[in-house]
Design a binder for this molecule. Sequence first.
Ligand code: CP
Ligand code: NVA
Length: 334
Amino acid sequence: MWPLPRNDEGERLDDMTKPGTETGASPRHFIDLSEIPGEALRRIIDRSMELKQARTGRPKGAPDADAPLSGQALAMIFEKSSTRTRVSFEMAMHQLGGRTLVMQGQEMQLGRGESTADTARVMSRYVDAIMIRSKSHDMVRELAAYAEIPVINALTDRSHPCQIMADVMTFEEHKGPIAGRTVTWVGDGNNVAVSWIEAAARFGCTLRLACPEGYRPPQDVIDWANANGGTVELTEDPHAAAENSDCVIADTWVSMGDKDVEARLAALAPYQVNAELMAVAAPDAIFMHCLPAYRGKEVTAEVLDGPQSVIWDEAENRLHAQKGILLWCLGLIS
Ligand code: CP
Ligand code: NVA
């Protein structure tokens, strides 16, 4: 698994079960699904669903009835672009009664060489939690190791756990409990795929990935998932992966920061999700995509905008799932 920051005695600096900070109890970070017990993830999704239902008919700018994060603040650091993650976290905090501070990494002293550790120590004195979208998973781990407050991974080069919480919620809204069901990933074995692999273990589902050589997810993550309650299968054949599946998922072929654009487009061209591929999935299969999507590349417009697509519910559920994640990180969900 991913190397974790350790102290001189070899203990994990961000171990949630041990005091690891100057102030005592270690904060609840949300960095990778593999580190969070499945029961906690289940409670987060269940609460997110309750919060979604409780807002029926409520104006988007109005706080939730009990505003449980009143007086709390979330700092949001972006080293990469974002639409959904930024707006959903901002509105989630607003509706929960809290507030946000949004910063681009480059405009902070972090961008001029202030250390990640010092940034973590300072931010811990001002705000109640940090959300970060970073080019570097190692940097997020380091931030968490030195923060006295929860750190939330809002996408790194390795993983995108918040997205998959919304995805699992969306699957269950449309198809019922995900445990024992089959989900298919088609395309690049990227950061979103890694979090889906970890989710297969945490939620007990089967994940079939169809990825070309050179664009496969890390084998150690697959091995971990298969040893921890998931069933994760890897193939190069999209049709084999999609056969009778309950859900087909695509993501962009070129993620933020990817340089080898032409090589990617060539290698991934046979991995487009189109009507022909959806036809081999279960007749009532859904299609998901974290967005932004590129019609005519990883998915056809016919599928993305078609009746099996649940992408707008998936995008909306980012808002509700962020609430569950925030409440768990801040100790309001066990
Ligand atoms: N799916 C997702 O994370 O979207 P953004 O990049 O717009 O935040
Ligand atoms: N894999 C994509 C996800 C964007 C939300 C990327 O990292 O750019």
